[in-house]
Design a protein around this ligand. Sequence first.
Ligand SMILES: Cc1ncc(COP(=O)(O)O)c(C=O)c1O
Length: 284
Amino acid sequence: MTKIATQLVQGTNGTEDDRSGSVVVPLNFSTAFRHPGLGQSTGFDYSRMTTPTRLELEKQLAAIEHGTHAFATSSGMAAIDLVFSTLTATGDHFIASDDLYGGSFRYFDERQERYHVNYDKWNGKNVDDLILLIKPETKLIWLETPSNPTMKIIDIEAVARTVHATRPDILIAVDNTFLTPIYQNPLDDDADIVVHSATKYLGGHNDILAGAVIVKDDDLADKLSFQLTTTGQNLDPFDSWLLIRSLKTLHVRMKYHTENAQYLAHALPEITGVDRVLYAASAA
Ligand SMILES: Cc1ncc(COP(=O)(O)O)c(C=O)c1O
């Protein structure tokens, strides 16, 4: 398997545009694509379906998260919405770890109140307690590890293996925004879905609002693709191009983020008034 640093730097190079031999992925703004003949398609028809630039980004996202299909969305929240609007309906149930990005809870509470997609919270510690929360109508388990803001660590593999052993129909989704594929590949730990707010480390320059959903199952990918092409919460060509460019330095940036965080984790307790430092030491 290609090393992630090589994949990040080289993975998108030379993948498109036969005419010029362009090394970097070209930025293609077209919303409509000419068909070569009646009933024929180049694979691109209308930009709500797919665009040449976004497609290259999605291939790269799938590669670095060890998935087979990726969907680039207009924000991290759009990625979360893509998962829930595709996979849950009124009367369904899901379980979420109890410490999450606040916007995820805001979204979950709204779905519960308006659409009766009910959920329970699990403290992320004992998998047996999680199993007790499962109902016949449970569709999904939503994990964020390390969690925002208290840096709780969840054993993804233990959750996925235990749940799948009794209920293979329940999907395990992991928000991998914080560790990124540099440190964690949830699909390798038997999770079914990876979600990112690419606005954070994947983008890394404070100039892109973006999200991603990555999976490794064809049927699941078909369902997500149908929903995404129906609603169009996908990432536009320019931001897709910027994200392709940003990913080329992810491994370098994460190294320095980690060094800075480790320095602060050691330095902060020395400061008067700091009672506790939350740092996911075991993850880095
Ligand atoms: C862990 C996590 N997931 C999802 C989101 C939502 O992403 P976005 O702000 O790109 O919509 C955030 C945003 O802060 C986040 O921290």
